[in-house]
Design a protein around this ligand. Structure first.
Ligand code: HEC
Length: 216
């Protein structure tokens, strides 16, 4: 159990206690002390069918008894309590597993959220750079053949995207008009390249999710 943070444990134990059931049963004007435990009780979960003994067999325990003598016998009121069966029977190992799974789940969610946030951040800064510096030649969605010679850059994979821009910087890539592209290539850091790539990819994903957008 040492892996468990006491906070997680406390919250689960509290939840267990909170799911305990209570019920009240009674018997009026009963004559004999000796038979009361085996006599069917009225009310609550006893429903005129179950005696104290029956209730105990079903996992109820007596938490309070009220006994009142009357002219015709004795009135008994029983308060029973039962922990939710499945929870009280969970052994420590299963409980620990449950908690660990829950923590694991939460961690996964956190990682997913972080990833998504990072993706959005990249996409956002890619969007700014793209709209400031690239859109005029490569089109709103990177769909144009710039000056008639480039490939539509929204169709490149990350590797091609990086290699071609590095190529312009090194001077070893030219489809005929590299001199037009080179000043922009030199502007971009590796991060910029990735961000723009992520941004163009996000536009594509949006379209695939919602094809109607294309006609706007
Ligand atoms: C003034 C026009 C112009 C601007 C602005 C421009 N480019 Fe280009 N880009 C071109 C041309 C022309 C080519 C093709 C050059 C060649 O002949 O190889 C090209 C090629 C590319 C390629 C390689 C395409 C391929 O087919 O391999 C990428 C990637 C690219 N540009 C990205 C960008 C990015 C990102 C920006 C903004 C930071 C940008 N470009 C800004 C004109 C432009």
């Amino acid at each position: 159990m040492k892996l468990l943070s006491s906070i997680a444990l406390t919250s689960i134990l509290t939840a267990t206690i909170a799911t305990a059931q209570t019920t009240m049963c009674f018997k009026e004007n009963h004559k004999s002390m000796t038979t009361i435990e085996t006599t069917a009780l009225s009310g609550g979960e006893c429903k005129n069918q179950k005696s104290v003994q029956d209730m105990k067999k079903e996992g109820w325990s007596v938490v309070d008894i009220n006994i009142d003598k009357t002219e015709n016998g004795t009135n008994y009121i029983y308060i029973f309590k039962k922990e939710e069966a499945n929870l009280s029977s969970i052994n420590e190992k299963a409980l620990e597993e449950k908690i660990l799974n829950r923590l694991e789940e939460r961690k996964k969610q956190e990682i997913a959220t972080k990833k998504k946030e990072a993706y959005l951040r990249k996409s956002k800064s890619g969007e700014k750079l793209y709209n400031d510096k690239c859109i005029s030649c490569h089109g709103k969605n990177g769909e144009l053949k710039a000056k008639g010679v480039s490939r539509p850059i929204n169709s490149l994979n990350l590797q091609d995207f990086m290699l071609s821009i590095q190529g312009y910087n090194n001077g070893d890539y030219d489809r005929g008009m590299a001199f037009v592209m080179r000043p922009y290539a030199t502007l971009m850091t590796k991060k910029d390249i990735k961000n723009v790539y992520v941004y163009l990819r996000s536009l594509k994903n949006k379209k695939e999710e919602n094809p109607a957008e294309e006609n706007k």
